[in-house]
Design a protein. Structure first.
Length: 568
């Protein structure tokens, strides 16, 4: 395609009956006031959609409109246009045909950008039109900074050489420290972790290398391998940022710090541990301004949501959310807190650490070093006349007993516990030494959950189950197996070729009915388990995972993984 001609967007949209003359006049007036592009003003005013504008431009120019949600970019071609220019010109190299590069632009009327892109790639360009709303997230995914991280790691290795670490350089107290390779490397690692939606960063010294891995959707991915020499420099810098003892390398340490990444405040929880080849560092990333989830957005099955809401609306009793580390328990509790939070209620939380900050709550951070323990804070909290108390975790018998006494004396208590499923939770509390009558009378509900990976909707396709998958499904669905269609992601640029994008929880719950209370008081665990199984029949974690499979939300493989965890 030849170089595009200059187009007056407003006149074009009026000609194609996408907007009226009156709407154009209003948008032009707003554009003069704000200085924003006309297309953006039209979209924000509700006069036109971004896709509608892009398709109109494509028709006028005789170009193709590309839906980036279903398009598969080619990594080797993407690199022909550097990331800085791709973001500046809102463009992406899509593919190659007949000796020409097809380049998607969100503003094909920008003739200067078109000319500059042609100069950079040194090829003839075939223009395509894309929407900015689809393009910007895709740029975040396709311009992975693995090579940049590796390059910065090499720079740091060369600077350090074989001499001992210079504390002044590592700690950033020398002039121009912001340009030091260690600082630039860490900044790039954090930015890349945010772009890839990583929940954790693992920095692990090996015998001959340093491994940097990201946990994305619950699975670890290798980001880069660097020279093991830089491990000490990175650990020292991170310790300084989190206020840890930089001279102590023999004992584990925990801390936290806050950083700002691309306009977002991110809380970082850090844990260091001495290993055979140096200090291993793991960081949990917690975005503070992403907004708290509403209970409706947790995708609970209607029956579970109804009963959970009923349990947390009671004036007293204890509601427990259970599951392994990283199963979304805190997110569920804070969604509940967000719903319960009102000026009429005093809510106190006791946590280690405080993961989310919610206005209106009295949140207390446990600090073991100064003897500010769970039990000490809880005793004081109950003298503060609370209506609702959130206990971050019931770690021991004393904490559990205080929480349950509070639940029995007119307070609503919410907490978490590490158990495999809902039914085993009361038994676990008895094993901890909590008196039987407390367990029987204080617990209102136990909600157990796990996280499963969700199929990427950009590359989802029909999947023919393997023989072992069919056998497993037949155990869950019986003769209904053939009634459903199953899906799997083939892998694309939107999901880093994993086939998954994001996670969703599966749930089961146990309510303490009169029969269960009586069984708990009798002290026969077998009777308790039998009544509980009958009560929960058909509403288990395993069955909820199958529900997501038949709805096309997750794969059979993911559901089987959850089932395996429950059987362990």
């Amino acid at each position: 395609m030849a170089r595009p001609e200059k187009i007056r967007l407003g006149d074009l949209l009026v000609q194609q009956n996408l907007i009226t003359e009156e709407q154009l006049a209003l948008a032009l007036t707003e554009q003069k006031k704000s200085g924003r592009k006309l297309g953006r003003v039209l979209v924000e005013s509700g006069f036109a959609t971004e896709e509608g504008i892009s398709k109109a431009l494509a028709r006028q120019l005789g170009a193709e409109f590309i839906d980036l949600k279903i398009f598969q970019p080619q990594p080797e071609l993407i690199k022909l246009l550097p990331e800085a220019q791709a973001r500046r010109f809102r463009a992406l190299v899509l593919d190659e045909s007949r000796g020409m590069l097809r380049v998607g632009m969100s503003d094909p009327t920008d003739l200067a950008a078109f000319d500059e892109i042609a100069r950079i790639v040194k090829r003839d360009i075939d223009l395509a039109v894309v929407t900015e709303g689809q393009l910007l997230p895709l740029l975040d995914r396709v311009y992975r900074r693995t090579e940049e991280i590796s390059s910065l790691a090499k720079d740091l290795t060369q600077e350090m050489g074989d001499i001992p670490v210079e504390f002044g350089i590592v700690l950033g107290i020398t002039p121009g420290a912001e340009d030091a390779p260690v600082i630039r490397l860490l900044q790039t690692v954090f930015e890349e972790a945010q772009k890839t939606r990583a929940s954790d960063i693992h920095i692990e010294p090996q015998e001959k290398s340093l491994l940097i891995r990201f946990r994305i959707d619950g699975v670890l991915h290798v980001q880069t391998e660097a020279d093991s020499k830089i491990a000490t420099a990175l650990a020292l810098r991170l310790k300084l940022m989190s206020g840890l003892d930089i001279s102590e390398k023999r004992l584990p340490q925990d801390g936290r710090f806050n950083i700002k990444l691309r306009g977002s405040n991110v809380d970082v929880r850090i844990s260091t541990m001495p290993t055979q080849h140096g200090e291993s560092v793991v960081m949990r990333l917690l975005a503070q301004n992403t907004g708290l989830l509403q209970l409706e957005r947790l995708h609970m099955p209607p029956r579970v949501l109804e009963r959970f809401r009923h349990a947390i609306s009671r004036p007293s009793g204890i509601v427990l959310v259970t599951g392994p580390t990283g199963s979304g328990k805190t997110t569920t509790l804070y969604a509940a807190m967000n719903e319960l939070n009102s000026p009429e209620k005093k809510i106190i939380t006791v946590e280690d650490p405080v993961e989310y900050r919610l206005p209106g709550l009295n949140q207390v951070q446990v600090h073991e070093k100064i003897d500010l323990t769970f039990t000490r804070v809880l005793r004081t909290a109950l003298r503060q006349d609370p209506d609702i108390v959130l206990i971050g975790e019931m770690r021991d018998q004393e904490t559990a007993e205080i929480g349950m006494r509070a639940a029995m004396t007119g307070h609503l208590v919410l907490s978490t516990l590490h158990t495999n499923d809902a039914l085993s939770t009361p038994i676990r509390l008895l094993d901890m030494g909590v008196p039987r009558y407390m367990v029987a009378l204080s617990i209102q509900m136990v909600l157990a959950q796990r996280l499963v990976r969700v199929i990427c909707q950009n590359c989802s396709q029909e999947h023919q189950p393997e023989p072992h998958e069919l056998e497993w499904l037949r155990y869950e669905l019986g003769d209904r197996v053939a009634q459903f269609k199953y899906a799997k992601g083939r892998g694309c640029a939107h999901c880093a070729n994993t086939g998954y994008q994001g996670r969703q929880a599966v749930y089961e719950f146990l309510e303490m009915s009169n029969a269960l209370v009586e069984a708990a008081n009798h002290g026969d665990p077998n009777e308790f388990m039998q009544i509980g199984r009958e009560q929960m029949a058909g509403n288990t974690l395993r069955r909820d995972a199958v529900r997501l499979v038949v709805n096309g939300r997750t794969t059979i493989e993911e559901a089987m993984r959850i089932a395996t965890q429950l059987d362990e």
